[in-house]
Each structure stands twice: as C-alpha cells, then as structure tokens.
Design a protein around this ligand. Sequence first.
Ligand SMILES: *Cc1c(COP(=O)(O)O)cnc(C)c1O
Length: 374
Amino acid sequence: MIALAEPNLSGNESEYIRQCMDTNFVSSVGPFVPRFEEAFAQFVGTPHAVAVSNGTAAIHMALILAGVGPGDEVIVSDFTFAASGNPIFYQGGTPILVDSEFDTWNLEPGLVVEELDRRARLGLRMPKVVLAVHILGYPARIEAIADACDRHGVWLIEDAAEALGARYTDGPYKGRQVGTIGRIGCFSFNGNKIMTTGGGGMLVSSDAALAQRAKYLITQAKLPGYAYFHNEVGYNYRLTNLAAALGVAQLERLDAFLDKKADIARTYDEAFQGLEGLRCPPRPTGLTPTFWLYSVMFSRPWEQPLEQLLKRGVQTRPLWTALHLMPPYQGVPLLGSGKVSESLCSFGLSLPCSTSLSKKDQAMVIEAVREILK
Ligand SMILES: *Cc1c(COP(=O)(O)O)cnc(C)c1O
C-alpha cells in the first residue's frame, strides 16, 4: 500500500530524543522547548513563537487572547478541518462561515470585506475575529481581509496548520510566510502535517506582550516564583521537551521537505495534464503553496475513485467536509452560497505525497489514476 502522507523521521530525531532520555528532561521543561521556539520563529520570520500541545490548543489560545467569549462572533472558512471551528464553540462563540474561492480553495475575501463593511454601515456589532485558514498548503488571499480587519478593529488570526512554509510572492506581503500577517498565527505538528512532533503546535505573534500572556496562560496561569499562585484560570497546553526535540530535528529538514513536496506536485501536474475526468490543483499567481496534500478534483464524486485506487494499493483521502454540512453548524450563518466548498468536498481527493515517496511509487500512483479514468 502506498501511504497518503507518512512522517519522515530519518534525521537527528532519534539522537535528540536520546538526549532527552539521557538527561531526564522528558516533560514540559527542558532545553529543546526554547530551542524549538527560537528556530521556528526564525524559520517563519516572526519575533515570537510559543510552543503548545497541539494546533487546536494554539487556535483556542488565540481566541482567548482575542477576548472571544459567549455570544461573540468569529468569521471562519467554511472549507476547513473541524479543528478550526471547534475552539469557537469552546469559548461559547458563534461561527460565521465563509464560502471558498476556486482559485486558492480558501475563504473568498470579497465576502468577508462586504460583511464587515455592511455591519459598519448599519452600525451592527462586529465579529471579534476573522480566523482565516490557509487550506492544504495554499496561502489565503488575505490582503483585502487584513485591510478590512484593520479598518473595523477586528482581530485577524491565521490558522496556518496546513500551510507551514507557504508564502506570498507578490503584493504588500511579498516574501512573507503564512502565519505572520495576522495578530496571531497558529501551526500544527500532528503526524500527517508537513513536519511533526507526534502531536504539537505553535502560536506566533509579533506582539511580545501577547506571546508572553500566551506562555503564562498555557502554564496554568502560574505566577513566577516558587509559590503555586494562580491569578486566573489557566490551561495545561504546553509542549513536552520530547516533542520539541522532534520539532528541532524536523525543522532542520523542513526546507528539504518543502522542496520534495514541490517536486511531487510538479510530477503529478505534468503526468495529469490533459487527462479527462480529473482537474489538477490550482496554481494561483502571487503566492507559493506547499502542496502539503496534493489534491485533485474528479469529475465524479470521490467515493468511487477512492475505492478503485485503494484496490490498486493507493491510499487516498477525501477533502474536509464543508463545516456548514455538519451538525454542530446547523443554523450558523454562511456568507456566500457554500457551493464552492461543497464541490471541493464532493469531488476532491488527496493523493500520496509523503516526503519519502519514491519516484517508482509515484509512477505507480500515476498509472493507477490513469487506469481508473479509462
Ligand atoms: C491539523 C489542523 C488543525 C489542528 O491541529 P492539531 O494539532 O491536530 O490539533 C487545525 N486546523 C487545521 C486547518 C488543521 O488541518
């Protein structure tokens, strides 16, 4: 079976884990945690990074820092993984979903700008946050959204869990990586992401006070000093030294992982050019996606292609179900028709694209795809 996306742990991972074991620093305190935070901040180009237990915790903490509470609204992409939306409910907030655009598969900026401007015009209450997701390695078109957030005093938070290393190559954010545009950026190091710490996440910000407050809240809101004194309700959202050790080793190889993903995407694109019944992923201008999960659109629903490819030893996976189609979101407002996100989740399949994928295995995947399209 050719796997969809496997971790690649053949660098310094075991050496650094052994160092944790040898020194007994296996838990939430230890030298790899700050080392990981510093190296990560440098990689994405942000002044401050705070390691957390997973990407969902990073998003939850970001919403807490933005002051989202019961009754507050958060604008969020409709086409995303459930983890983008769940923390809104943890805080008693209400999501407002936004349909995607075909160009980047991310939230349609016009819909967000229009909604914020409309509310301002009518004197209606603003949402607290726009949570822009960078889906499947594609930077969202965030320029107009960031501008509208600025004008209306709304926090922009980025869920960059799937797009570590993706960047803008044109416009005002030229050269900037995803996660560094909003007040806070959130990342995930779950096992299937482009780099992994087993489970883990990172919260980044250019605001030192925000980062410091995040660190305090994820450490049970314990005040400095020997005494166990807590001024407010905190969280246990820290990352372990063991996980951070993996993170440091993975980060050393992230550039190579990104190169490999780009190479895999190029090879698939060339092989699938002109094939009837399948559309390659978009190649939008002005940004460089990572093709974290190389995903194609079939001209028929994904169920049959998935079964047919599985029979040929190729593991694939459907794209995320649009949030508005699932029970927790019944009755939640949706900006746009939801038709784009619906078609993405009806027809899309991700193909094998592990950073360890061999040329031979990729050729087998290509052959299998050609066969099922005959
Ligand atoms: C993976 C993911 C998360 C959550 O990350 P975990 O580390 O699994 O908690 C959040 N948002 C998106 C879009 C993701 O893909």
